[in-house]
Design a protein around this ligand. Structure first.
Ligand SMILES: [Zn+2]
Length: 662
């Protein structure tokens, strides 16, 4: 039985368009998406996907439902299978529980916590509206900030009295459990075991999830005090994962969908003021950097996001990395810089919705252009600074998956920076390769983790390996790490591994010329060089996997568009594929794929790599022979032959060391 939390996380992460797109090619039709129905044969699309509702439906055959129904129907999956499939897709770890009772108890507990929050939400509102302290302090504060009554009610703003125990007392009188009060964070248990209200003396901003349930609260202090934070927030709990929630999403989702655009601001009051001014498609990240889960939540409703900033350059730069992540998710990002001295909140107070929207429409700039302008201005005419700006922009562009959008940005970046388009293309491509590999590797590792967790919940084994699991082939796991060798000394193994790393990364690169049978000059590839050099030095790998890979690359090297890495990464053998992946992405290494400085010195490197292996093998033999000669077990003839061989080896060793130093 899959744990409830996992199921909730899966539902939260699931994007119906994303899931259906894995099987059906969709195109946008108004607020929905349309495609050919996968359940029946048709020529004109009648299969409609509604991102806002999270459902799909065929107007021809009537099939559809939510993402889970869709997967179950289309792929003949059971419910748990569909959940696991989605969990894998979104990188969510599947927690299993052994007993239905336990899952039921957890669900019941979560419902209790939500009920408690809902009760507290009403109590806070009532306190604000109906008690002298609430009206005198809380409500008057909100009114000095010019929040209208209808807005205060809409966002369910409240007040927690300053006594420090009013909420706790009221909750107990209403038979709420003390443990739950502590678990939701509404109360804190003091050392003496008493309950204290977390939010005492603060105005309350409830945080609703996208279904409208109150999952947390933020409390704002009214007078500034030293050592006291302006805001206090609920801690994480079984109903609140901070990284899953966006403030305002429940009140914004319809407008976001209708206008196919979402504004992102920082704080609670930014959201509320903009609503009051008449702009409802706005959410807040609550001061933290956006998470992948939050982005997925936005993507349920739109792919167009405008980030609203006040004019503080330091803040803007700090948030740029987060925006790069948005690009990865395929969002169209614009940036709006508000006039000096204004933030989204204050600007809303001075303008009507129409003026605000006009201002946004006239001043929002495409993120890449914005970033390029800003960084270039800082770099001035300093050449090194400009070069690093270009790399930085190329890095952002690399994250965009859509080819056409990417090439438009590349062209624009070339114009803005005055750098040759081709140079930017190359930088972007090599960054993309690197990112792709990293992602592949992460997925692979995650899928192994997820799958082992599927099978090992009852009896976790320390190695984290799903022994006997029918899903994971043993080689898939063994292959994640470098194959463990049982023969050879460490330096020989290291030398062999280094050669393979280069072969995998640069196997197809030309490192010189050679002649074919007809006497024509043709390029000599890295993998050929390695193979020939090893043959001429009578060297072999002791690892069968290395020999297999080398042999296959030699056989296939003349195929059109051949690269060693792509060939190996799409290899049907798990062990080969995973090994190539691990070598292409080994973290901590400074060797990048297509790294220019490496490519420039590929031939020298190749020579040295082979010399290293030869040197290691020779040193090994010298030690071995030396040992034999000194052991006194050889016949006189053997001694003579041995000594001769030894001196030959030593001569070779000297030569090799010279090569190594070149
Ligand atoms: Zn159909």
């Amino acid at each position: 039985m899959i744990d409830r939390k996992t199921i909730d996380q899966v539902y939260q992460a699931t994007d119906i368009v994303d899931v259906v797109s894995d099987f059906v090619s969709l195109r946008k039709a108004g607020v929905n998406y349309k495609g050919l129905c996968p359940f029946h044969d048709e020529k004109t699309p009648s299969f409609v996907v509604s991102p806002a509702r999270g459902t799909c439906h065929c107007f021809g055959c009537g099939k559809g439902g939510n993402a889970i129904n869709f997967l179950m129907e289309l792929n003949n999956m059971t419910y748990p299978e569909a959940i696991r499939w989605l969990a894998r897709k979104y990188g969510i770890e599947v927690i299993e529980t052994g007993f239905d009772d336990k899952a039921n108890a957890e669900r019941k507990h979560r419902e209790e916590l939500l009920a408690l929050n809902q009760w507290a939400d009403e109590w806070f509102q009532q306190t604000l509206q109906e008690t002298p302290e609430g009206q005198g302090i809380g409500l008057s504060y909100l009114r000095t900030r010019n929040f209208r009554d209808d807005i205060i009610r809409k966002f369910q703003l409240g007040y927690c009295p300053s006594s420090g125990h009013s909420l706790g007392d009221a909750a107990r009188k209403n038979h709420m459990s003390e443990d739950n009060l502590v678990e939701t964070g509404l109360c804190i248990r003091t050392n003496g075991g008493k309950l204290r209200d977390r939010f005492f003396g603060r105005v309350i901003f409830p945080v609703h999830n996208y279904l409208g349930k109150v999952v947390a609260f933020g409390g704002r202090i009214l007078q500034k005090k030293d050592n006291v934070g302006k805001y206090v927030n609920s801690p994480e709990s079984p109903i609140y994962y901070k990284s899953n929630e966006l403030y305002g999403i429940y009140f914004a989702k319809q407008a976001i969908q209708r206008l196919d655009c979402c504004y992102l601001v920082e704080g609670y009051t930014d959201v509320i003021s903009m609503h009051q001014c008449g702009i409802e498609n706005v959410v807040a990240s609550s001061g933290t950097a956006l998470t992948h889960d939050q982005i997925r939540l936005i993507k349920k409703f739109t792919t167009n996001l405008t980030v609203l900033y006040d004019g503080d350059p330091a803040g803007i730069k700090a948030s740029m990395r987060g925006i790069d992540m948005l690009l990865e998710h395929g969002l169209n990002i614009k940036v709006l810089l508000l006039p000096d001295g204004d933030d989204p909140d204050s600007f809303a107070r001075k303008h009507t919705a129409d003026e605000y929207i006009d201002y946004i429409n006239q001043h929002q700039v495409d993120f890449i252009r914005f970033k390029t302008d800003l960084l270039l201005r800082d770099a001035g005419s300093d050449i090194h600074a400009r070069a690093s700006v270009i790399n930085n922009i190329a890095d952002s562009i690399s994250r965009i998956d859509d080819t056409i959008t990417r090439s438009l940005y590349i062209a624009e970046c070339a114009t803005l920076t005055g750098v040759r388009e081709q140079d930017i293309i190359e930088t972007v491509n090599s960054t993309r390769n690197r990112m792709k590999l990293t992602k592949l590797k992460e997925q692979q590792e995650r899928s192994v983790n997820v799958q082992s967790s599927m099978f090992n919940v009852q009896s976790p084994n320390p190695a984290g390996v799903a022994s006997g699991s029918p899903v994971v082939a043993p080689s898939a796991q063994a292959g994640i790490k470098e194959p463990r060798e049982r023969s050879g000394n460490p330096s020989t193994l290291r030398a062999a591994a280094n050669i393979m790393k280069y072969v995998i990364r640069y196997g197809e690169k030309a490192i010189g010329d050679t002649e074919d049978e007809a006497g024509n000059t043709r390029p000599l590839t890295f993998v050929e060089y390695v193979s020939e050099a090893m043959k001429s030095d009578a060297l072999t790998f002791t690892q069968p996997l290395y020999n297999t890979i080398l042999q296959e690359l030699l056989t296939n090297k003349d195929k059109p568009h051949f690269t060693a890495l792509n060939y190996l990464l799409s290899h049907p053998d798990d062990a080969i594929r995973n090994y190539a992946l691990s070598q292409a992405t080994d973290s901590g290494s400074t060797i990048g794929v297509n790294d220019d400085s490496i490519l420039d010195h590929l031939y020298e490197n190749a020579e040295k790599l082979i010399a290293d292996l030869a040197l290691a093998v020779v040193s090994d033999k010298i030690t071995e022979l030396d040992h034999k000669i000194k052991s006194g077990t050889l016949t006189p003839d053997e001694m003579i032959a041995g000594t001769l061989t030894l001196s030959k080896y030593k001569e070779a060793q000297i030569q090799l060391k010279k090569t190594r130093k070149k």
